[in-house]
Design a protein around this ligand. Structure first.
Ligand SMILES: Nc1ncnc2c1ncn2[C@@H]1O[C@H](COP(=O)(O)OP(=O)(O)OP(=O)(O)O)[C@@H](O)[C@H]1O
Length: 630
């Protein structure tokens, strides 16, 4: 079986040393092109990052959103909701009192998971750019924190969408290499439980409990490490989802173990008298269900730039404490209530201190704020989604949650911006948005260009090594054939070009391309009918008498010099020159219908030549074999 190596004609250079394959030059030209594209890509990405930073800072690096849960009341005579919303404002009316709360964005009852995620997306880009990011869901139980963060099967929440987005971006960004890892934990009454560690039911025994307690360390560089926390490398989206689901299961399992409670959401109201647990158990269950903060951490490692960047994306479902008051819990439960209230109020204090740019930020006041301390402060981006219920019954808790939100964004709420400044701010935000959009568009185009250049480079490299092999491997691969593909005649029809392309591709197969009788005979015809090309051919060859022409379909070179000159006349190519490989003249036999000396300036068409370095078969032998086929 013969091996055919297709070589573009332009890659041949003939000089005193012989016929050259000049792939190296072509490869280095492509490498240079790729490196120029990459440098443009880095520059653009830097510009995009700067614009995004400015945009996020302008919008506020601590942003507070509010989401209103749809009404779930089945009461047809339900009174009008006390909560009304505007784009950036919530108004609560009760007992003739009207309270207004400003937030950065309100998601009303009709808003979808996609609407929420669109607002979250820019902050994720920030995490990929190397900033620590923290997204927190806060609110009364049953208001949709888990729905927003996790979602349901058909309506994915922020966490699965964020994971998808990270992987999707990583696969598109050819300027950097990203690696991700995931950790999941719960903070409960000042203890930390590792959700991805080998499973140990939290409440089965004291040993299990203590085994789950992990300490929090601050490193010299200022970053925070949760000592002993399982951190799993996630190579792809599928693995990421598997680990995320495992963490979620570990979380629900702990509740199931205690009480056979399948969900932490609505069970407590409906099941209060449903005989699932005794009245004595109930306050404890409430406390457990309400006061656990669930945290998912995605660690992002980005390399490819001058330095390796490491950032954390925290996705936090905060426990709510309000229901405790309604349950009349006492004893242990009240202690738990205090613990969670401490956590949440500590978080409020931290956020308020950061908003006011205070020099002292009280991170150490709770485990939660300690864990999040390097992701809430300077250079980090924080997003809190406060959840409220539209129901009249929950008015007290709604006001509590909104007061918390107000506290978190205290600077903005106390110092309202004038209309002019607001307009200027909006204008600048729109400009930055456009800048980011344009940069992203250009980056996508660049990515595509780089991808194509890399494919060409790979092809060149493969071709180069195959051609070298075919030319140099006299003994080892005696039957390898070099098929030279080049442009010759600008007058050939597109259909013929297609056929010759096809022939070139078929020459990879077991029948050598020059043995294809149909194409040859067609081309013989074609060459004969194109009498205009003949004089040019004769002219070019006549200038170099050593070049032998046989009929109108093939010729062979008997001297390198002549061949080199003939080629330079017939195919002076603008394509970068490739790797030089000396070959004896009789190793290459060119078979062709006609050669047009004007081809260099004419549009290219592909034509095939055959070189058989190993066999060194003279041209008449080729013809004999061809005729024996027909
Ligand atoms: N925006 C929404 N659209 C549709 N359904 C919602 C929405 N928000 C919440 N729900 C539904 O309301 C119920 C309670 O929501 P969820 O369990 O997310 O509340 P939660 O605040 O996480 O409660 P807990 O604090 O107990 O975990 C769920 O059945 C959920 O599907």
């Amino acid at each position: 079986m013969e091996n055919h190596v297709i070589v573009p004609l332009e890659s041949l250079e003939l000089n005193d040393g012989g016929i050259m394959l000049n792939y190296d030059k072509d490869i280095s030209a492509l490498q240079e092109e790729i490196s120029a594209l990459r440098s443009r890509q880095r520059h653009l990405d830097h510009r995009r990052q700067e614009a995004l930073d400015k945009l996020i800072d302008l919008k506020g690096s601590i942003r507070v959103f509010c989401r209103v849960r749809p009404s779930i009341s089945t009461n047809y005579f339900m009174t009008k909701s006390p909560v009304t919303v505007e784009q950036e404002k919530i108004v609560v009316r009760a007992l003739g009192i009207k309270k207004e709360f400003s937030v950065d964005r309100v998601f009303d009852q009709e808003s979808t998971q996609e609407d929420v995620f669109q607002e979250v997306k820019p902050i994720l880009r920030s995490a990929l750019d190397g900033h620590n990011v923290c997204i927190l869901a806060y609110g009364q139980t049953g208001t949709g924190k888990t729905y927003t963060m996790e979602g349901t099967n058909g309506k994915l929440g922020i966490v699965p969408r964020a994971i998808q987005e990270l992987f999707s971006h990583a696969s598109q960004d050819s300027s950097s290499t990203y690696s991700f890892s995931i950790s999941m934990l719960e903070v409960y009454m000042g203890s930390v439980k590792d959700l991805l560690a080998p499973r140990q039911p939290l409440f089965r025994s004291t040993e299990c409990n203590t085994a789950s307690i992990i300490s929090i360390l601050a490193t010299k560089s200022g970053s925070v490490e949760v000592e002993g926390l399982t951190d799993v490398a996630i190579q792809d989206l599928k693995k990421a989802n598997q680990w995320y689901c495992r963490g979620k299961r570990a979380r629900s399992t702990s509740w199931t173990n205690v009480n056979d409670v399948s969900s932490r959401s609505h069970w407590w109201v409906d099941d209060l008298f449903s005989h699932k647990f005794s009245f004595e158990q109930y306050p404890i269950l409430c406390a457990l269900a309400l006061f656990v903060c669930s945290l998912t951490r995605i660690t992002i490692k980005r390399s490819g730039g001058p330095t390796e960047e490491l950032s954390k994306l925290w996705l936090v479902d905060l426990g709510g404490s309000e229901r405790l008051l309604k349950t009349g819990a006492s004893g242990l439960t009240m202690d738990e209530g205090k613990a969670i209230n401490l956590s949440l109020s500590a978080l409020g204090d931290v956020i308020a201190a950061l908003r006011r740019k205070r020099s002292h930020v009280p991170y150490r006041n709770s485990k939660l704020t300690q864990i999040l301390s390097d992701s809430l402060g300077d250079g980090s981006k924080v997003l809190m989604v406060v959840h409220i219920s539209p129901s009249d019954d929950d008015i007290g808790e709604t006001v509590c949650s909104l007061s918390f939100a107000k506290r978190a964004r205290s600077i903005e709420s106390t110092k309202e911006l004038s209309e002019d400044i607001k307009k200027l701010k909006q204008k600048r935000i729109a400009e930055l948005d456009k800048e980011i959009c344009d940069a992203e568009q250009e980056l996508n185009d660049l990515n595509e260009q780089i991808r194509r250049a890399e494919i060409s480079l790979e092809e060149r490299k493969k071709l180069s090594s195959s051609a070298c092999q075919a030319l140099s491997d006299d003994k080892g691969s005696p039957r390898s054939t070099l098929v030279v593909v080049g442009h010759i005649d600008s007058t050939e029809s597109p259909q013929a070009t297609e056929k010759t392309k096809c022939r070139a591709s078929h020459s990879h197969g077991s029948i050598p391309h020059f043995m294809s009788p149909t194409v040859c005979s067609r081309q013989r015809h074609s060459a004969a009918s194109h009498s205009a090309t003949k004089p040019r051919l004769t002219k070019s060859v006549n200038r170099y008498p050593a070049a032998e022409l046989s009929g109108n379909q093939s010729f062979s070179y008997s001297s390198y010099k002549n061949a080199a000159k003939a080629k330079s006349v017939a195919f002076s190519s603008s394509v970068p020159k490739l790797k030089c490989l000396p070959v004896k003249s009789d190793q290459i036999t060119m078979s062709n219908n006609s050669i047009d000396s004007t081809a260099a300036s004419a549009p290219r068409r592909r034509e095939s030549f055959i070189s058989r370095p190993a066999q060194r078969a003279p041209l008449h032998q080729h013809r004999r074999r061809m005729s024996s086929l027909t």
